[in-house]
Design a protein around this ligand. Structure first.
Ligand code: SF4
Ligand code: F3S
Length: 125
């Protein structure tokens, strides 16, 4: 069993989910996250964290084979994300909008690399 990110994450990407995952199994695309099905330990703690209600267990009807395969495919292509970041600018208006699949970007997101280390404080060097 695994949990699966589904369509309503697209163009929202709130990223609250990544903060609670005990095994850091979220991967970031340009406008959606996915879960690595072989890393997910099925704890379910990410489900209530998602403001878009986009995460479902693979026994639920919304977790179709299409979404299972999409999560598996992109988990191998996109970078790992373990710390939340700002949602996409249009997240609130995109939350709940139907038929976002055609707007899914196959491009990778920036993952944890988006949070560069702070510049060194030269007075301490
Ligand atoms: Fe991570 Fe648990 Fe959600 Fe799986 S169900 S993605 S292990 S928080
Ligand atoms: Fe997507 Fe919900 Fe996480 S919108 S990024 S699955 S919090």
């Amino acid at each position: 069993m695994t949990f699966v990110v589904t369509e309503n994450c697209i163009k929202c990407k709130f990223t609250d989910c990544v903060e609670v995952c005990p095994v850091d199994c979220f991967y970031e695309g340009a406008n959606m996250l996915v879960i690595h099905p072989e890393e997910c330990i099925d704890c379910g703690v990410c489900v209530p964290e998602c403001p878009a209600e986009a995460i479902v267990g693979d026994t639920e009807p919304a977790a179709t084979a299409f979404w299972l395969e999409l999560n598996e495919k992109y988990a191998d292509l996109w970078p790992n994300i373990t710390a939340s970041k700002a949602p996409l600018p249009e997240a609130e208006t995109q939350n709940g909008r139907l038929e976002k699949l055609k707007e899914l970007s196959p491009k990778p997101g920036t993952g944890d690399d988006a949070a560069p280390a702070p510049a060194p404080n030269r007075t301490e060097l």
